[in-house]
Ligand binder design. Structure first.
Ligand code: AHR
Length: 509
């Protein structure tokens, strides 16, 4: 029987709800068709946004949405996406399939989408091919609350009130598609660009005070294990920087995708064997080492952890669904994706002292989506169900916990722990526990000893199917969460047996 210790007396970091964030890029059918169909569409919509998709996203309490890219961000020119739609300039989306982008979804539409979803906004600016002036004017256009030519233009375009930009990314993957820069070069550009991301809501004369009203600036961080990037960017940002400006940033990003067969081959989303299952999960777990090691570098510059690690692209990246446009990155989603999501989210919870936001890539119809659409049809993927179960951790307080594990797997190189977990106390004082069972064959009895928490009432839900199980447009509800009555409340804790290939969510109140 696996021993599970939950010490609810030892309250740790707040699990920012932004850890459950999402990412939507002008890529394939994510924005167009997936989220936005236009006011004249036969698909039921509100101001052009699909009602079915917005409802599914509200249900999982999407806390923040990143837009417009990704690689697209560094070739996006915001002026092309405002004003009358018939007059908007068309452009070629060079990163994603070379398709023509008509810019009918732009700044105003993004804020309307976030308003409908009820989430915070994270806009990614263009450093790679945009000017400082262009970025500075976008900020003024969106956020200036007064009389200025750009604020008046915003009003003329239908929005007299300023928009609320919660997070602003200064470039994306500038070590790659965002300009192929060296870390020193990027960091010097960052210093310059961020100077013109004007903080109209800053507490006068107090740059050290960061409030929710302000724009949180996010610098482009590393790809995977590029520790040199993290080190060099931070060194340059903190050089000749007055203490009160603290490197001029509130967040530093990290990108890590799970590719079972490596970046070039990737591997099928639906056709895989047990070896590939464990390999995928082993590669997913690697993110913990990345968080620790990039975090250790951040600690040197920011020991008080004021700067958030922002994992703004994570998830599975498989070979595209056969017969679909290779530039559109459309893939199906199985129980394997559910486990990948559950494992990642448990890791983010455990590191919530440093990880302040994470954005799964991507929200709809691209990579590890929570929702897939086909014309008027929509389905919730197994990954959606994980976000629905884990949403109870949002803004909760992580508590100390430890679960005894065994090492399992089929190949020496890709061994994994059989179980992962995290536990928190939510705003209503309930204990929220999420556990993943990575084994394809074994169920495990667990003896949970809980201290410092007096709740008696237990409820639980589970996602548990065979590894290839998925939802299709013909059978959209094949994989769904079910009530689980196998958790027994015993003196001082809980006893349960977690079935093979499953993700379990327990609430004690
Ligand atoms: O999410 C797809 C792409 O992956 C993004 O555009 C880019 O930032 C990353 O390489």
């Amino acid at each position: 029987m696996a021993k599970y210790i939950i010490n609810a007396e030892n309250r740790k970091s707040k699990i920012n709800r932004e850890l459950y964030g999402h990412f939507s890029e002008h890529l394939g059918r994510c924005i167009y068709e997936g989220l936005y169909v236009g006011e004249d569409s036969d698909i039921p919509n509100t101001n052009g946004m699909r009602n079915d998709v917005v409802e599914a996203l509200r249900e999982i309490r999407v806390p923040v949405l990143r837009w417009p890219g990704g690689c697209f961000a560094d070739e996006y020119h915001w002026r092309e996406g405002i004003g009358p739609k018939s007059e908007r300039k068309r452009m070629v989306n060079t990163n994603w399939g070379g398709v023509v982008e008509d810019n009918s979804f732009g700044t105003h539409e993004f804020f309307e989408l976030c308003r409908q979803i009820g989430c915070k906004t994270y806009i990614n600016g263009n450093v790679g091919s945009g000017t400082v002036q262009e970025m500075s004017e976008w900020i003024e256009y969106m956020t200036f609350d007064g009389e200025s030519p750009l604020a008046l233009e915003r009003a003329k375009n239908g929005h007299p009130e300023p928009f609320k930009v919660d997070y602003f990314g200064i470039g994306n993957e500038n070590w790659g598609c965002g300009g192929n820069m060296t870390p020193e070069y990027y960091a010097n550009l960052y210093r310059r660009y961020q100077s013109f991301v004007k903080q109209y809501k800053r507490v006068p004369d107090h740059p050290e005070i960061v409030t929710d009203e302000m724009i949180h600036r996010i610098a482009c961080g590393a790809n995977v294990d590029d520790y040199e990037w993290t080190e060099e960017v931070l060194r340059t940002l903190f050089r000749h920087c007055e203490d009160k400006f603290h490197g001029h940033l509130e967040g530093l990003s990290l990108h890590y995708y799970t590719h079972p067969e490596g970046w070039q081959i990737k591997g099928s989303a639906t056709d895989f064997d047990a070896k590939t299952w464990y390999k995928t999960l082993a590669k997913t777990l690697y993110i913990e080492e990345l968080i620790r090691r990039h975090g250790a570098i951040m600690d040197q510059y920011d020991p008080e952890k004021k700067i958030g690690m922002i994992v703004d692209e994570w998830g599975t990246w498989f070979t595209v669904e056969p017969g679909t446009n290779p530039g559109f990155l459309y893939q199906q989603n199985t129980m394997r994706d559910a486990l990948v999501a559950g494992i990642n989210l448990n890791i983010f919870n455990k590191h919530s002292d440093r990880v302040k936001m994470a954005n799964i890539a991507q929200m709809v119809n691209v990579l590890q989506s929570v929702v897939l659409t086909d014309g008027p049809q929509m389905l919730k993927t197994p990954t959606w169900h994980i976000f629905n179960m884990y949403k109870h951790h949002q803004d909760a307080t992580l508590v100390d916990s430890f679960l005894e594990t065994e090492t399992i797997g089929e190949e020496e190189e890709y061994l994994v722990p059989n179980l992962t977990e995290s536990a928190s106390i939510d705003g209503e004082g309930r204990l929220q526990i999420t556990v993943t069972n990575l084994s394809l064959t074994e169920s495990y009895p667990v003896d949970a000893r809980i201290t410092g928490f007096a709740g008696e009432k237990v409820s639980a839900e589970i996602l548990c199917e065979e590894m290839h199980a998925l939802n299709t447009f013909e059978n959209p509800d094949a994989v769904h969460t079910k009530a689980f009555d196998g958790v027994e409340k015993v003196h001082g804790g809980l006893k349960f047996t977690i079935p093979a290939c499953s993700v379990l969510h327990i609430t004690v109140e």
